[in-house]
Design a protein around this ligand. Structure first.
Ligand code: PHE
Ligand code: ZN
Length: 883
């Protein structure tokens, strides 16, 4: 499977394609095991290419070539071309005029367990072509800067494949002998082949319509298996909201007459933005109040929005090469974040995004696989669909938005769309459009695209009472990352506000002439830089990096009293929440040290008081209130420790949770009882918030070793009519000693055994439990009849949840968690390299642990690397993390 020395691709080696393809005529004759593909390419030499080679190399993998015909009439013979395991080289093609190349080949979708190219999912045929899956369908110039118009004709059995879909508009169809039929599709927009899609199967469809801002009428269709027809409503509403939002906020209208979404049960990622025919993981489409949680509802809206927004940021304007992936993903994630912020609670959405960034992306940036948002080398591009490219990429776009302001940013995006519609471009083109439209110089800002690692921003403040000035000295440095030792200063927007000692906001006046403002954007561009605020009667408390205005780590050691003050008074919702988090981190860090020294764990009353104050206030946004009441996760604490001690972290956090439950029992009980009423089927912000705060209270109360608390959770489990409440109760029961534990798990399974996505939750809840015996349970679940290692959602819900979200048990000192994971990776490697390599992540942070764990993790990585047949995907991550 792997050449002994896998090839590295470098950004610096980019050259324009030697040939262009203008038009592609595809025809598929479907069969589960033997699908026939005829591809008719109209192409020509690229005038911009400087190569003098007159041969043509097309990429292709796992294809059975039937024949090649040049210009309709001359069938090529053996000596006219050469086949290699990943290409087809035609020795001589016309150089002066355009030509037509017809290729016929067959493929075996049933044998395709990697789920790239054409594959089978629950009896339906579907495709996944990003990044390089099209080469598993037919020979092609499989690179995003080759853009063509596509026509697709599909022939298939009427019973097995009653629905036949591809990109664009349906332009023909009819019956054929032998109970077969055909449909033709034409996509008038030029696109790279990674946006090609085909779906065929027994699908049912929900239909709706949308009228665009210019009055065009668009048909919207969502295709699912019959038994899921009652779970499409939310996805459809989400799509309509996304279409309206993109018109309002970006002035972007949909361009085809038809927009289709298909939900499939076997999918490597979340969803895919194929032109006019999105293919989604069922997880991001299907929802009914009793089967999906509030978080699922929000994620569905976000992902539907994300794929829809790609129509402009990704499809109409695409990437020149895969190093530019963040051009479409960073921008589109930023767009979906803002969409969700507008649709739900802006404060809550921002906190959730930053939480993810600070736990998972910061870890990536600090580890052996750190890379810039625009990487400069890869072995397997699938390994670069990372949190860095997506989430940090979105933060970089957000910083542009902060620096240019909403109106300036919009001017920039308008120019970007105007300049580059129909093109395959680079990150640099995007920044240039922002620059030109705003008449600013972003040359230093561009370093964000090239430099990896999370910068640390130092802060020193000095108040001069006589001058009434506060001088704030900010500094920056970025720790070295693999291959990048010296770092240059970045352009960092630090949104800052000042608060008087009585809690009222102090106006910010920078220098003499500037008008006073509630907050200012400090532009940190040098290694060290001072900013002077004037006109201050007393020394204010500084609220720094509001809204988390840059993906950096502020090095600030605030006294706990100041954090408690900010938790009470900061008008910035993000910083207010973060102050509570930092306070909890300080207290828990102390307890972690106590635990390691064998001392008794006594929780600082200041923290309890701070939480009591939060509980005593009245909150409009109950979701935000719940976040204020939620302790930093074990994963976030992991990020704060030099040498990670999973047991100390777990016990310290539990001790704080228990102390809060004991000492705030009354208000927590009252709150729980106030909202415990079932409000199934309501998805407004109010009902979502009530469920969230109620379930936060329930999880605190479960810390008390009390029969009544156990009774409450059991009661909630038994009576809940919505999945949010049912799963919250099940989680509490599974995470604590509860006499009804097994009975609830069995009941839940019986109730939901026909709903795959709910059974995923059932697996995950067990895999994430901190209770003793979890490892044995997970091992046992591998043999459960509902477990299927070929289904990526199942793999993620059992193996992924255990290794990535159960630090206590995965990192057990005896190394059994590591061995378990390595065994699964080796097994998956042969079936689905992409999913296998996603599982490697949990082992790559081995340098962060004690010597015993380091040795055991390393040994497993070495065992993986020395597997005889290893995919490029797994090899790249395992080998790089050992280096
Ligand atoms: N481009 C998809 C998205 O972000 C992600 C994806 C990548 C899906 C590769 C499948 C394969 O929306
Ligand atoms: Zn995307």
């Amino acid at each position: 499977m792997r050449d002994s020395n896998p090839r590295t691709v470098y950004l610096k080696d980019y050259t324009v394609p030697e040939y262009l393809i203008h038009n592609v005529d595809l025809s598929f004759t479907l069969d589960e095991k033997n699908t026939r593909v005829v591809s008719r390419l109209t192409m020509c030499r690229n005038p911009a290419s400087r190569s003098s080679d007159t041969s043509l190399t097309l990429t292709g993998e796992n294809l059975k070539l039937v024949r090649v015909v040049l210009n309709e009439d001359s069938e090529l013979g053996d000596k006219d071309y050469l086949q290699t395991p990943d290409s087809l080289i035609i020795h001589e093609v016309p150089q002066q005029r355009s030509f037509v190349l017809t290729i016929e080949n067959t493929i075996d979708p049933k044998a395709n367990t990697a789920l790239e190219g054409l594959y089978l999912s629950n009896g339906m045929l579907c495709t996944q072509c990003e990044a390089e899956g099209f080469r598993k369908i037919t020979y092609f110039l499989d690179r995003p800067d080759v853009m063509a118009t596509f026509t697709t004709t599909i022939v298939g059995d009427k019973d097995r494949f009653p629905v036949l879909l591809s990109n664009g508009n349906r332009v023909g169809g009819g019956d054929l002998p032998d109970n077969r039929h055909w449909v033709s599709w034409k996509d008038p927009f030029k696109k790279p082949c990674y946006l090609f899609a085909l779906v065929a199967g027994r699908l049912e469809c929900v239909e709706d319509r949308f009228t665009t801002m210019s009055g065009r009428d668009i048909a919207l269709q969502i295709f699912v298996e019959k038994h899921d027809l009652d779970k499409c409503d939310h996805a459809m509403q989400s799509l309509k909201h996304a279409m309206a939002w993109d018109e309002q906020v970006y002035g972007r209208e949909y361009d085809l007459d038809l927009y289709m979404i298909v939900a499939v049960g076997h999918f490597n990622m979340g969803a895919m933005e194929n032109k006019g025919l999105n293919i989604f993981n069922t997880k991001f489409v299907l929802a009914r109040p009793d089967t999906a949680t509030d978080a699922d509802y929000e994620n569905i809206e976000g992902v539907i929005g994300h794929e829809y927004f790609h129509n402009w940021t990704g499809n109409r304007i695409t990437c020149r090469d895969w190093f530019q992936l963040s051009l479409k993903e960073g921008f589109t994630v930023f767009r979906d974040q803002e969409f969700t912020g507008d649709r739900t609670s802006r404060a809550v959405k921002r906190i959730e995004d930053v939480n993810m960034l600070r736990t998972r992306q910061f870890a990536e940036d600090a580890g052996p696989l750190a890379h810039p948002i625009r990487p400069d080398a890869y072995i397997e591009i699938n390994n670069f669909y990372t949190l860095t490219v997506y989430e940090k990429g979105a933060e970089v776009v957000r910083m542009l938005h902060t620096l240019l302001g909403a109106a300036g940013f919009r001017k920039g995006s308008d120019l970007y769309f105007e300049r580059h519609d129909g093109q395959a471009v680079t990150c640099d083109d995007f920044v240039s459009a922002m620059e030109t439209a705003n008449g600013v110089d972003l040359s230093q800002f561009r370093r964000w695209y090239a430099q990896a690692g999370t910068p640390v921003v130092g802060v020193a403040q000095h108040f001069d009472a006589a001058q009434k000035t506060l001088s704030l000295t900010l500094s920056q440095h970025c720790p070295p990352t693999p291959g990048q030792t010296a770092k240059e200063p970045l352009h960092i927007p630090v949104v800052t506000g000042l608060i008087n000692r009585d809690g009222s906001p102090a106006l910010c006046r920078l220098g003499e002439n500037e008008a006073a403002a509630e907050q200012v954007v400090l532009e940190l561009t040098q290694a060290k830089q001072a900013f002077v605020f004037s006109g201050l009667e007393e020394e204010p408390v500084v609220s720094l990096l509001r809204g988390f205005s840059a993906p950096v780590k502020p090095a600030l050691n605030r006294p706990p009293e100041e954090l408690a003050f900010l938790l009470s008074h900061d008008p910035d919702t993000f910083n207010r929440w973060d102050a509570g988090q930092q306070l909890a981190v300080q207290v828990m860090s102390g307890l972690i040290a106590d635990y390691r020294n064998g001392a008794k764990l006594a929780v600082n009353p200041l923290l309890i008081d701070a939480y009591r104050k939060v509980l005593e206030q009245s909150w409009d946004d109950l979701s935000y209130f719940s976040l204020l009441m939620t302790l930093p996760s074990e994963l976030y604490l992991t990020e704060q420790m030099r040498v990670v001690d999973v047991e100390a972290i777990h016990h310290a956090r539990e001790a704080v949770a228990r102390a809060l439950a004991e000492q705030l029992r009354e208000p927590l009980e009252t709150l729980y009882l106030r909202y415990h009423r079932d409000e199934s089927g309501r998805f407004d912000a109010g009902a979502i918030g009530r469920r969230r705060i109620k379930n936060t209270c329930l999880s605190y109360l479960a810390q008390l070793d009390a029969d009544w608390a156990r009774h409450w959770s059991l009661q909630q489990f038994n009576t809940a009519k919505n999945m949010t409440d049912q799963l919250a109760a099940l989680t509490v029961i599974v995470n604590h000693p509860h006499p009804a534990r097994q009975q609830c798990l069995d009941g839940f399974y019986r109730q939901w055994r026909h709903e795959a996505l709910v059974i995923d939750k059932w697996f995950a809840a067990q895999a994430m439990s901190p209770m003793p015996g979890t490892y044995e349970r997970v091992l046992g679940l591998l043999g459960h009849p509902a477990f299927d290692i070929r289904n990526p959602n199942r793999v993620r819900s059992l193996i992924g949840a255990f290794s990535q979200s159960n630090p206590l048990h995965f990192h057990a000192a005896d190394g059994q968690g590591y061995r378990f994971l390595a065994d699964r990776i080796i097994e998956l490697n042969g079936l689905n390299p992409q999913v296998a390599s996603r599982m490697v992540g949990a082992l790559t942070s081995w340098r962060r642990y004690d010597e015993n764990r380091q040795n055991r993790m390393k040994a497993e990585l070495e065992r993986i690397v020395s597997t005889e047949v290893i995919s490029k995907d797994v090899y790249e991550l395992a080998a790089k993390s050992l280096a």
